[in-house]
Design a protein around this ligand. Sequence first.
Ligand code: ADP
Ligand code: MG
Length: 463
Amino acid sequence: MSDERRVPLDKIWARVRGRLRQEFGESTYRSWLKPLILEKVVGQQAVITAPNLFMRDRIVSHYGDGISIAWAVESENLITNCLIIVQSSTKSVVDSPNENLQIPYEQISNTKTVTPKSKDENLLGGPLDSRFTFDNFVVGKPNELAYAAAQRVSGSDDVLFNPLFLYGAVGLGKTHLMHSIAWDIRRRDPSRKVLYLSAEKFMYQFIRALRFKDTMAFKDQFRSVDVLMIDDVQFIGGKDSTQEEFFHTFNALVDQNRQVIISADKSPTDLEGLEERLRSRLGWGLVADIHPTTYELRLGILQSKVEKLGVNVPPKVLEYLAHKITSNVRELEGAMNRISAHATLVGRDITLESTQDVLHDLLRSYERRVTIEEIQRQVASHYQLRIGDMHSARRSRSIARPRQIAMYLAKQLTQHSLPDIGRRFGGRDHTTVLHAVKKIDELCMIDKNFQEDVEFLRRMLES
Ligand code: ADP
Ligand code: MG
């Protein structure tokens, strides 16, 4: 591989990884996809290495299609074949001077190829997740409009608004609602042809059709459905030929009074890289947005999830999670799954402590910065002192001890240096702070009640 090739390939790979991260979420991405290394691309085959056999198999079965599609979309080039191999033992094969890679990979035990299943109906539409039903969707203020609109569309034989445009940030339930509509329509009337696919898959199909000079069949397939759903349409921004095709498909269906349902991460007006006529066309029907979750909705989702999993989780833990994990529902679910998997594995009850332990890496990223002022306020109020006592020169034990606790917590929970902490406690010397830290450590060792007190304060500050 020459250097000129390596640069663009690296870029493509970086973008493919970016897509996979968006598609599968941060924690999945980190555990499974981030460790993948692109070795080379030969013809229509990408050679990718995975760290071990176990991961390789899982990646092939769960994310293989996703990788192929992301690749096609990013490079506008078709990879018909993603070869995922295990690093160490195949090194010699990968390093083989034979650039044509005519080696029969399938015969090597630790390689596996991912070939998109052509002619399979699933390739045209995306598979539907059986968990994504209306029954499993928890409704709250942030998503009630989108939910109501989705129900209306699936429950009505007439086309009430076209398209239904659902938008909201990642992980808030757009795909879940779309799948729910598809399940519901199929259940009510199995003869109606419902096609759900991601915008990426749409692009992939289109690129494939172009490559195999099969665009007529492509058009027919899409234009003969009763309900077309395209998920994450922001991904076609900037891809002119695909946009063009999408626009025509869209118009053809709307003209025939077929229902179109679109999702995106932004409203039609805010979508970038979209042609004006498409942008305005997308906003013609009903535009329903899903707002970021509220505490109540997060708690509701956790409760329903716990019921389904059949695990015993103390309400305190659910409240803690709903409070802490505010980004999106996907992360919330991921956290819950990790906790319950851990509890099953070690055979111990789920507690607040075990939760914090299991999720420490995730929680750390949510940790807000605690300020020294907050620490002083919290400690003062806990011991019923005035904030001024944190700065004062008074030395009676009832004041000095809480002040030491506050210094100790400031050292533990903030990035401030000892001299800096000293200054903020009434201009004390850094040795005073150091002494406080040691003293509190010592007391924690010998006095269980005292330690619990300090722990309680720490938790209050961290939550
Ligand atoms: P998006 O498509 O908006 O990125 P998803 O539909 O994939 O988000 O949702 C992410 C995860 O969160 C899914 O597992 C989904 O089931 C779950 N989820 C999102 N919103 C809700 C909700 N209101 N009730 C139950 N589960 C939800
Ligand atoms: Mg989605």
